[in-house]
Design a binder for this molecule. Sequence first.
Ligand code: AQP
Length: 321
Amino acid sequence: MLRLSAITPSGHAHLGNYLGAIRRWASEGGRDDLYFVSDLHAMTTAHNPAKLRSLAREQLAVLIAAGVPEETVFVQSDLARELGALTWVLECTASYGEAARMTQFKEKGVGRGGVRLSLLTYPVLMAADILLQGAAEVPVGEDQRQHVELARALARRFNGTYGEVFRVPEATLPPAAARVRDLTDPSRKMSKSTRDTAGTLFVLDEPEALRRKIRKAVTDSGEEVTYDPDGRPGVSNLLDILAGCTGSAPRDLAADYSSNGQLKEAVAEAVVATLAPVRERTNRLLNDPGELERIRKAGADRAAARGEHRLRSALRLIGAG
Ligand code: AQP
């Protein structure tokens, strides 16, 4: 069963990415699954080319360091030619209205000046990511479900109009994992692209930086430690983080601590113990460009080979070449 998942290098990977996705990819990912760094998707809004290149490389290293099997990983732009060609084929299969209806485009693009055309068309690139690889399942949150629906519609339409080429993918819900929230503003999730990084625990933060950020995390009024995500979001976020790092239930953990300070110390040590080995392995890989390049090239070659016959058939059937 080929499942396809991605991480976008819109910033440095954080604890939410690690606990919510990367760790699971490492432990549950089958050899048939594919995980990619979706750098082409990080170009739909203003971006810095050198920074993006470096973030994509860094995220590839984080995935490998976290234990995601190297034969399941690739960087999206290494398949830019294949994906570009398939995106065009699929754009010639989709209607303008289908793209313009996407909720994310309506929220982020409509009525704003200087919007990149790619913000409108990136769901078609996402369909190309999925259909090129013949993915059977795409685990996505609610916000991306509509895009997988588009991929399904395009696969069916192409197959019905020109000939059977694409597997029709299923959108599945990823296993529930607590959303890690920002430490300084627990009303929003921890995010790669938040400007103020005081509330974000990055996978590559030094242990002292992690401890400092956790010590400064906002807690709610009162000193007692209780798990109540609505009423006490700050403390509950810390308990969720501790639970994510230790495998215990947040409600049970609450009983073990009598003050916020004590809880923070425990969270800091658990986060450091969780992230430090990943950080060390990532840094080793980043300092060994030959090894990282070897992994990257092998992943790209495998992913390109996997999609080659579908792209060739699609181009032939639609009348190209
Ligand atoms: N705070 C989070 N808690 C738990 N899981 C999270 N994920 C993201 N943030 C949290 C999960 O990480 C995977 C890869 O995410 P993505 O690259 O698709 O990024 P995103 O979901 O748009 O959120 P980010 O990482 O904060 O980036 P920006 O700032 O660019 O929006 C996904 O499985 C996601 O659920």
